[in-house]
Design a binder for this molecule. Sequence first.
Ligand code: RUB
Length: 307
Amino acid sequence: MGKRVDQVVRDIKSLKIQGARNVAKAGVRAIMYSVEDSRAKSVNGVKADVIKASLKLSSARPTEPMLRNYLDETIAFVTSEIATVKTRSLKKFKESVIKGENDYLSRMEEDVKKLREYGGMLLTDGMVVVTHCHSSTVTGVIKEAHRRGIGLKVIACETRPRYQGRITAAELVRAGIDTTITVDMGVTKFLKKADIVLVGADAINSTGDLINKVGTSGLAHLAHMHDVSFFSCAETYKYDPLTLFGVKEKIEQRSAREVWDKPPRKLKVSNPAFDVTAAKYINGYITEEGIVSPGSLAQIAKKKMGE
Ligand code: RUB
């Protein structure tokens, strides 16, 4: 299947590629590598390589439905191409799969552009915005508002144990935005004067609960306590259709070494990558289809993805 796909899988596992959108984009590009690097001599052979790549990619991080949704569309597309265009050459078939993947990447860009505009509607001059971890969607919304001349103060939680909050803080301060980084629990003090919390999303379930970086749910509770609005910036592809059938979103447990490289013997270390924020603590999802309530997200996503 090729070394390039394996490299992407390693980079996703090690968090060299992090954040659901970046993971999904890298996965879509990896499918193109699987087609380009395939040595198969038939369209069905290429399809088998695409399926192999897709299985490896989707298991790289279990809590990433956006990647899985695009991989599922890929398999459906490849299957229907084979079924409908039987006489086409191998070269043409490969070109059409690669074009399909490029179309997905363009769609992702169009969607996030719309989402940033909707997000901007919630932000006004002088607001204090709290965020957690690194979400490219959230930083995109904030930077777009800043570009339009809206002055914001951002508080970024550092996000133990992998410190993705530093990526957020560095990106925003480089963009010229007034940014403060705080140790995770230090955020309590800032919530007293915050106007809004904006976080990303790894997954959204059928009842509108949010699965995002561990610490998000605590932040939502604090926001609720201080009467601060809490929104998640998420393309509808973050919705996990399997949750409609009662499948629970699997929360990835990461290595204990990320928390403590040489812990005392017999110490138990818990390192979940994500947690679940109940829909009742979420004012809304900022999506490419508009700002929607947690209760309506699944319906809107289903319409977009097709039943
Ligand atoms: C990243 C994280 C982000 C979401 C959304 O966790 O929880 O909030 O993935 O990101 P990790 P985006 O660093 O473990 O991947 O908005 O870029 O999709």
